[in-house]
Unconditional design. Structure first.
Length: 139
């Protein structure tokens, strides 16, 4: 699954429902649903007008997750903190892979600039796919 697909699966209930439960072995239907969800996420990342998923108040969801998290994570400005909040690998290699998925053309060695761009793009993609994202977090 793409990194953006993993982010979507943590935020959008329809994408979460397509993921097989961790404790049981996946059925062929679960595998097909997960593959379809991953494909949809990749397609959404690659197209200008992806099909919207279920409407989700992204800010409320992430604020709720942040309140329950023992770490003080600033998901509103930091792609690293956003990924940590979603329990995803936030390492440089993962962020470079996300940048590649989203079509970043800048220097990936300049991680500060890349991180700012990534955060904005992820917020834009969430908004384009049914997420309610505050205007100040989007382009």
């Amino acid at each position: 699954m793409s990194i953006l697909g993993k982010i979507f699966s943590k935020i959008f209930p329809s994408a979460q429902a397509a993921q097989p439960p961790a404790s049981s072995g996946p059925s062929s239907d679960d595998v097909a649903a997960a593959a379809a969800a991953a494909g949809a996420a990749r397609a959404a990342a690659a197209t200008a007008a992806p099909a919207p998923m279920a409407q989700v108040d992204v800010e409320a969801l992430l604020n709720g997750m942040a309140q329950k998290n023992p770490q003080k994570l600033n998901w509103k400005t930091s792609i690293v903190d956003l990924m940590k909040l979603l329990d995803l690998d936030s390492g440089l290699n993962e962020r470079k892979e996300l940048a590649k998925e989203l079509g970043y053309t800048g220097d990936t060695s300049d991680s500060a600039t890349m991180n700012i761009w990534l955060h904005r793009q992820v917020m834009n993609k969430l908004a384009a796919n049914g997420g309610t994202v505050p205007a100040d977090l989007r382009d």
